[in-house]
Design a protein around this ligand. Structure first.
Ligand SMILES: C[S@@+](CC[C@H](N)C(=O)[O-])C[C@H]1O[C@@H](n2cnc3c(N)ncnc32)[C@H](O)[C@@H]1O
Length: 425
């Protein structure tokens, strides 16, 4: 006889769900709807169901793992919100007893759906006055990261990099009660959702109590810590959650294994300084032009950082309106078989079309459009594109740890960086 484990929910009980087992999903649903429904309107439906090899064992594993999320010890009712739901499903699907998903209906998402252009003020918990005040103070870099961009990048790394590690999200990675995009950062939500699958040891997220309050999390900084089943929020006196604050630095230097966040673009140089000095592993978002910007060039030249896998062109502003900014993930984790390397075109100099090669007034070669002259031994100038696509992993190195500004017929052109083929001994 087939065995199933399911998550069901009553339409009038959005903060709870039932996690149970059965040999007959249809019959179980009928039973719920005829006997346990609180009223005719409270109809039950499945949010998730899976065929499993040992339903009793898996049910027991769930009870053991999520004991703190049960409404009553003796009943199969568990607390529900979208991130808890993701966590339950994640746990079930990674169990040795899981066989296949047999039915999946997107949970009702009263608060999440697709980000609306402008969520209601009630949803964001703000008044018209606070919204207007905030809009006035918003700086260009007060954008928040979309979940799909976080997922796209982080899914590229092998799960083993996270095992038993302490992850620190230290640039306003608030975690609110709703645990959705209105009150929590996508980095925080990603690690909460995948905490078990990634076998994380600890997640530490700080909320920055600055002027702009992207997540309506208040003006006080706080530290959220999740370790196993325990979740605590601390609001140390005088702490505003800045990455450069003593307490944040202590967490970074003494506890953290991996840093993951989107720091404010305007503080990027200070942020990188602190981060690189900590010698911790990281996956962060920053401006694509970092690799040709003076404060960052030495990190790329000294192989302290390199591009991650993906570009991030779209963010959401405090009003949840998509805004464009040229960002990219950067990391110091190995990038395996960097897909973007295929975009580089290694060809002899005389095969680079004239429009993509030129010489500046000092006689330095400038190449564009992902071209790399593979028979050229002198330094030549490239733009961000070649660096982000991985040329420094292909036998070339940065030879000038400063920006290179070419002049053509006396006119200053945009900044580049000088690279050169590494000489073979
Ligand atoms: C680009 S947003 C990203 C927010 C969030 N990490 C995300 O990915 O959605 C940068 C955030 O850093 C916050 N911030 C500004 N200065 C900071 C500082 N000194 N320390 C920590 N966070 C800061 C800003 O208020 C803003 O919320």
């Amino acid at each position: 006889m087939k065995q199933y484990l399911y998550i069901a929910q009553g339409s009038l009980e959005p903060s709870k769900c039932k996690i149970g087992i059965t040999n007959d999903l249809n019959r179980r649903l009928k039973e719920y709807n005829s006997t346990t429904g609180i009223s005719a309107e409270n109809s039950y439906s499945y949010l998730f169901a899976a065929e499993v090899s040992d339903m009793k064992a898996l049910e027991q594993d769930i009870k053991n793992r999520f004991f703190y999320l049960r409404e009553l010890e003796k009943r199969e009712i568990y607390f529900y919100n979208l991130s808890l739901f993701d966590m339950y499903v994640d746990f079930i699907q990674s169990s040795e007893h899981f066989l296949k998903k047999v039915l999946f209906k997107d949970p009702k998402k009263p608060n999440i759906v697709k980000p609306k252009a402008v969520p209601s003020m009630k949803e964001r918990g703000v008044t018209r006055k606070t919204l207007l005040d905030k809009a006035m103070r918003v700086k260009d870099d007060e954008f928040y990261t979309r979940m799909k961009d976080v997922e796209k990048e982080l899914s590229m790394y092998p799960a083993k990099i996270w095992k038993d590690k302490v992850v620190f999200c230290n640039c306003d990675d608030a975690i609110g009660v709703k645990r959705d995009y209105t009150d929590s950062s996508a980095f925080a939500l990603y690690f909460l959702k995948h905490f078990l699958r990634l076998k994380l040891k600890k997640l530490i997220c700080t909320h920055y109590g600055g002027k702009v309050d992207l997540f309506n999390a208040g003006t006080k900084g706080y530290i959220f810590t999740k370790e196993g089943a325990s979740e605590i929020i601390e609001t140390p006196k005088g702490y505003n959650g800045g990455f450069e604050e003593e307490l944040s630095l202590q967490i970074l230097n003494k506890q953290t294994d991996i840093v993951c966040t989107n720091p404010p673009f305007s503080r990027a140089a200070d942020y990188w300084k602190v981060l690189i000095a900590s010698k911790k592993k990281f996956i962060i978002i920053s401006n694509i032009t970092n690799c040709i910007t003076p404060s960052f060039i030495p990190y790329f030249a000294n192989k302290k950082a390199w591009a991650g896998y993906t570009r991030v062109d779209w963010y959401l502003n405090p009003k949840r309106i998509p805004v464009r900014a040229a960002g990219h993930f950067f990391t110091n984790f190995p990038i395996k078989d960097r897909p973007a390397i295929k975009r580089l075109k290694f060809v002899p100099l005389n095969e680079i079309p004239d429009v993509y090669q030129q010489y500046d007034d000092s006689g330095t070669l400038l190449v564009d459009k992902s071209y790399i002259p593979n028979d050229y031994d002198r330094p030549f100038a490239v733009s961000t594109r070649q660096i982000l696509n991985g040329v420094l992993e292909c036998g070339y190195s940065i030879v000038l740890k400063a920006q290179y500004f070419p002049y053509i017929e006396g006119k200053k052109k945009f900044a580049r960086v000088l690279i050169q083929k590494i000489k073979e001994n």
